[in-house]
Design a protein around this ligand. Structure first.
Ligand SMILES: Cc1ncc(C[n+]2csc(CCOP(=O)(O)OP(=O)(O)O)c2C)c(N)n1
Ligand SMILES: [Mg+2]
Length: 196
């Protein structure tokens, strides 16, 4: 822990905490020290939270799809890392969408790409739950089951390791801080299964 912001967030590992921690760690990370614009970043699940949390951080770029198709994040991260190999790529990726193109991890391992993948693992198609609720129509168990990604929970650490990428799970803010630091400090592909 080396900032008041980190200390304030310990123990409340929810999406907003993850967003703020990413903002804080990007700001203090040595990955910025070479100057210029060292980070390509992509976000999906963290919505507008992460860009706001990176206010004041050294210059970095955001890559974001302009439409709504999911599954774009991991291949985009691979493309960014291939295109600019001297910059760290941080891929902020939702769990359901990650499953569309999870094989990108194998390419990252094979090409030794400098990517830290954060999976925001809420074990659901979360946004669609929100849409269903907004419809205001009666919905039963079957409808909710369609949007649920548990039973079994997806083990992203095993998936990543099976595709050649080092990985760890974070279920607390403390674990997430450690894992993200390792991701930012060490070159090469890594994955953090951030369980929300
Ligand atoms: C290619 C494609 N297939 C299906 C959809 C419909 N869709 C929109 S959001 C979503 C689920 C997203 O879930 P997840 O990636 O886990 O994000 P969360 O909302 O949980 O953060 C789906 C299936 C889409 N937008 N694009
Ligand atoms: Mg999800």
């Amino acid at each position: 822990m080396n900032s008041t912001r980190e200390q304030a967030l310990v123990g409340i590992f929810v999406l907003v905490a993850a967003a703020l921690l990413i903002g804080t760690l990007l700001a203090v990370s040595g990955a910025f020290s070479s100057g210029g614009v060292p980070h390509h970043t992509y976000f999906k699940s963290a919505g507008g939270l992460v860009p706001a949390a990176t206010a004041g951080a050294p210059p970095h770029d955001w890559l974001k799809i302009t439409g709504g198709a999911i599954g774009w994040g991991l291949p985009a991260a691979v493309g960014a890392a291939v295109a600019v190999p001297d910059r760290k790529v941080v891929a902020l990726q939702a769990d359901g969408s990650a499953m569309y193109t999870i094989q990108s991890l194998w390419t990252a391992a094979r090409e030794r790409l400098d990517i830290t993948v954060v999976i925001f693992n809420n074990r659901s198609y979360g946004i669609l739950r929100g849409e269903l609720a907004r419809l205001g129509v009666p919905s039963g168990q079957q409808a909710h089951d369609m949007l649920d990604l548990s039973r079994p929970d997806i083990n992203f650490v095993s998936l990543a390791e099976g595709l050649g990428v080092q990985a760890e799970r974070a279920t607390t803010a403390e674990q997430f801080i450690g894992a993200l630091r390792r991701g930012l400090d060490d070159p090469g592909p890594r994955l953090i299964d951030a369980v929300l």
